[in-house]
Design a protein around this ligand. Structure first.
Ligand code: NAD
Length: 482
């Protein structure tokens, strides 16, 4: 890939939304060197000054939110209200980090009978932030905000499938920061590889797919560069026998699968209902879906689901549904279409609920990352938990029950980084709750104090009591006592 990336609107594929230049390896090198040159000065500033700069950076973006939201909707196919929501949430997160980071990053000093101990939180240096297309603003800010607060400088490489709003956001943020503290460059695997493999990069923060993650982690390992990896999930939804199937929770459950046309890492991707409530669930779910799902142009009023990101994604998801039907399943269309949208003009895929499929069908066993979700029934709690925990992914899960204690007890049995109770997906997130996967869904955390601490290394200064002035002394090769 060289020259410029041209991004067309997935809802109207003939509409060019914008272009960005591709960074060749020489450009990547120059950007990283500038970030490295700026880093020590940035790290020397007091954390209070760094977070003040982050607040000013948030203020610099705020007036541009309407422009950014429309740009994001047109390049990604996400509905306009979701884009506004993502951008607002990203600024909320940035300001939350500005408030919280000084406490998380503060030195810890101990001076007692055992000696004098100073724990310092030092930055890694230059952080390479590599992000996917599906929530590109918040996923970039989740790395930028804590990394900058901790005294790192940051180079962001967004996905070529949604580079425009990230480019504009990063430039606005950077306008309030010292030169080269925050930069953006563009490209796909070649630019990404040049960035990850650069010897002056101190840490790689990656969000994306498992196959890319393995390449990224291997390239980083070649330089012993630490990584955090936030990867995909195949989140199960566990509806217990007493789950509330009334319209309000059902609407929430439908959106948990179909927001962003299902292209969300923590979307509800497998629905498990008690066998005795299967038919009742299908009726309640279809009714709720018909109310809340409207497929159409992301800029049109009343639309809640846009196209998928590319023609390849549309073909892959359609193939999953066809395979499910070939294996004995039924594909039940849900929701409605916006009458004002020409659905042939973009990569639109009608939302479906798939029933009657075996557990090893691809639509169940793999992350669909699109607008289809399988419904499965279970016998008892042990059967449910075993099937929910099957597979190599462990990002999110949810338990739905009228009895919160019971929901928490089941949640404790799940192999997932984040278990939601009576909700799923973004409605269940919390700024203070660390988010990330177990098993092959990655490692490292975003959000919460842990998400800030990811960007600092604890370094120690220690004067053991025995060797301080007036100390008792110890043998020259003594081990420490407790
Ligand atoms: P992707 O893996 O195709 O791309 C992610 C990023 O990696 C892009 O910026 C891409 O250009 C870059 N890249 C590609 N090859 C590279 C290389 N060799 N070296 C360095 N960078 C390289 O992912 P995608 O399709 O954009 O996103 C979808 C995936 O992301 C899904 O699996 C989804 O579940 C996951 N995801 C996870 C989270 C989370 O927080 N856990 C959030 C959103 C998305």
């Amino acid at each position: 890939m060289s020259g410029r990336i041209a991004r067309y609107n997935p809802a109207r594929v003939y509409e060019l939304v914008g272009t960005v230049p591709v960074a060749d390896p020489t450009r990547v090198d120059a950007v990283v060197r500038a970030a490295d040159a700026a880093q020590r000065g940035w790290a020397r500033t007091d954390v209070a000054d760094r977070v003040a700069a982050l607040r000013a950076a948030a203020d610099a973006v705020e007036p541009d939110l309407p422009v950014l939201a429309e740009l994001l909707a047109r390049e990604s196919g996400k509905v306009l209200a979701d884009c506004r929501g993502e951008l607002g949430f990203a600024l909320t997160f940035l300001r939350w980090v500005a408030d919280r980071a000084p406490r998380v990053l503060a030195d810890t000093a101990l001076d007692d009978a055992a000696g004098r101990l100073l724990l310092r939180r030092r930055p890694y240096g230059v952080v390479a932030a590599i992000t996917p297309w599906n929530a590109p603003i918040i996923l970039s800010l989740l790395k930028i905000a804590p990394a900058l607060a901790a005294g790192n400088t940051v180079v962001v490489k967004p996905s070529p499938l949604a580079p425009l709003a990230v480019d504009r956001t990063v430039r606005l943020l950077a306008s309030a920061l010292p030169a080269a503290v925050l930069q953006v460059l563009h490209g796909d695997a070649e630019a990404g590889a040049a960035l990850v493999g650069h010897p002056l990069v101190g840490k790689v923060a990656f969000t994306g797919g498992a196959a890319t993650a393995r390449v990224v982690a291997a390239a980083a390992a070649a330089q012993t560069t630490p990584t955090t990896l936030e990867l995909g999930g195949n989140d199960p939804v566990l509806l217990l026998a007493d789950a509330d199937l009334s319209p309000e929770p059902m609407r929430r459950l439908v959106m948990a699968s179909f927001a962003t046309s299902g292209q969300v890492c923590m979307a509800a991707k497998r629905l498990y209902v008690p066998a005795a409530r299967h038919d009742e669930f299908v009726a309640a779910y279809r009714q709720a879906a018909d109310e809340v799902l409207c497929l159409g142009d992301p800029l049109a009023a009343g639309v809640s689901m846009g196209p998928v990101v590319t023609a390849e994604a549309a073909a892959r998801i359609t193939g999953l549904v066809e395979d499910a039907v070939a294996r004995g399943g039924r594909a039940l269309p849900v929701g409605r279409a916006d009458p004002g949208t020409d659905l042939r003009a973009g990569h639109f895929v009608a939302p479906t609920l798939v029933t009657g499929v075996p557990e090893d069908a691809a639509v169940v066993a793999e992350e669909q990352f699109g607008p289809t979700v399988p419904l499965l029934s279970y016998r008892d709690e042990d059967d449910l938990v075993a099937r929910a925990n099957a597979g190599e992914l462990g990002l999110g899960a949810s338990v739905w029950s009228a009895d919160e204690e019971r929901a928490f007890a089941v949640a404790r049995r799940l192999e997932a980084g984040f278990v939601f109770v009576n909700t799923h997906n973004r409605t269940g997130m919390s700024l203070r709750a660390p988010f990330g996967g177990v098993k092959r869904s990655g490692y490292g955390r975003e959000y919460g104090d842990e998400g800030i601490a990811e960007y600092a290394q604890t370094c120690v200064v220690h004067a053991p009591a025995a060797f301080r002035a007036g100390g008792a002394g110890a043998a020259a090769n003594a081990y420490p006592s407790a």
